[in-house]
Design a protein around this ligand. Structure first.
Ligand code: ADP
Ligand code: MG
Length: 395
């Protein structure tokens, strides 16, 4: 799960991470009021979407830049009115962009240096990893490609937590000395605490800035959270913005289905993540392209199967469906009833290949064959993949 920058700032406040003053606004009038309340000579108005690269982005209405410097509250209102309700296209949004529903209005600070600081979970070491660089304000991927020597990686022992010698080492590598080193140690420690206590999988501050007066501030924030820990993070869950998510994935999460939309034409409905991956592979191997990853879980109900079908079919690119179920915990006959109910309800016209195996499989096959629906049966995984690819080509 992701959150907006203005929400990340609430976490900054809670954990004591220094940032500039700011508040979110949903209307141009509100943006003007917030700007007046902040009262500084320079203000930034920042589009709130779950994607980076906003500064260099362009709105579909032609307005340039999702991060704007203004000098008066009236100007803040003007800029907000051009952003709100408009889609902003950045190098991370895709060509259709993301609609801006809120803007952050914040104190604009003078910047001497822009740095980069992130914490993420490193799978290789199974530990939190800190990534820091003197090259802030640009994509870290670009820095990694062209000047990898400018990136510092520090692994943190999850049992010990971040150590003072580590924060000093990072500060020194970033050229932060004297009072700035003290601020840096405090900020890095506070961010590490946020990362652990909020169950983040990533925290990225880009840029972390040094001002001419010698302040160290986190000016942008990107947070990712571990979905498996959300059950114990109600305050984070409350920050979820489903308008930013793929509507199919939102619908899937309501039914506890693991769905990820892809861009192929053959939808698949599978129980178990590993089997779903294998099914996608074999569709590809047989000359097709998977339209999605969908794991209905080990003990799916008829309602879940039915919901899964509707989500799959809401994708206009889908030209055929492959159902691949191994009945371990699951009863194949339950799945068969779910398939039939869903197919009838949505008036399914697309080719449908079903491969069932395992618990109560004979009853399941019988249910399908007696349904009167045109369902292509398959015995093995390879057989199923070849049949759906052929059926889509023939259709
Ligand atoms: P994005 O990464 O999506 O482009 P940022 O929040 O990083 O958005 O903003 C882009 C740039 O705008 C920053 O690198 C920084 O130079 C400038 N900026 C952002 N916030 C402020 C601020 N409060 N004061 C001054 N400059 C800012
Ligand atoms: Mg940024």
């Amino acid at each position: 799960m992701n959150i907006h920058e203005y929400q990340a700032r609430e976490l900054f406040e809670k954990f004591g991470v220094a940032s500039s003053k700011g508040k979110v606004a949903s209307t141009p009038e509100e943006a003007e009021q917030v700007a007046a309340a902040i009262g500084t000579a320079k203000i930034v108005v920042k589009a709130q979407i779950h994607a980076g690269g906003r500064g260099k982005g362009t709105f579909v209405n032609g307005f340039k830049g999702g991060v704007h410097l203004v000098h008066t509250p009236a100007e803040a209102r003007e800029v907000a009115s051009k952003m709100l309700g408009q889609a902003l296209v950045t190098n991370q949004t895709g060509p259709e962009g993301r609609v801006v529903n809120k803007v952050l209005v914040a104190e604009a600070v003078d910047i001497s240096r822009e740095l980069y600081f992130a914490i993420l979970v490193d799978r290789a070491t199974s530990a939190p990893m800190i990534i820091a660089s003197t090259e802030g304000g640009m994509d870290i991927e670009t820095v990694a490609e062209h000047t990898p020597e400018k990136i510092l990686n520090i692994s943190v022992d999850p049992l010990l937590g971040i150590q003072p010698y580590q924060t000093r080492k990072i500060a020194a590598a970033l050229g932060l000395r004297g009072p700035l080193m003290t601020q840096a140690s405090k900020l890095f420690t506070a961010l590490y605490r946020t990362f652990i206590e909020a169950d983040c999988s990533m925290v990225e501050i880009n840029p972390l800035v040094v001002t001419p007066e010698g302040r160290l501030l986190a000016l942008d924030a990107k947070f990712n959270f571990d979905d498996n820990a959300l059950y114990r993070q109600p305050a984070i869950v409350a920050m979820r913005d489903t308008a930013e998510e793929d509507p199919r994935e939102v619908a899937a999460s309501e039914f506890n289905l693991n769905y990820i939309g892809l861009d192929g034409n053959i939808a698949c409905l599978v129980n178990g993540a590993g089997l779903a991956m294998a099914t996608m592979d074999i569709i590809q191997y047989s000359g097709g392209k998977p339209a999605n990853f969908l794991d209905v879980g080990g003990g799916a109900t008829k309602d879940q199967v039915s919901a899964a079908f509707k989500i799959i079919l809401s994708d206009k690119n889908v030209e055929g469906i492959l159902v691949n179920i191994f009945g371990g915990i699951m009863d194949c006959d339950v799945i068969a009833h779910g398939i039939i109910e869903a197919a009838r309800e949505v008036g399914l016209k697309l080719p449908l290949v079903v491969r069932l195996e395992g618990n109560n499989v004979e009853a399941g096959k019988k249910t399908l064959s007696e349904s009167g629906l045109t369902i292509i049966g398959a015995s093995t995984l390879a057989d199923a993949a070849q049949k759906i690819v052929a059926a889509v080509k023939a259709a």
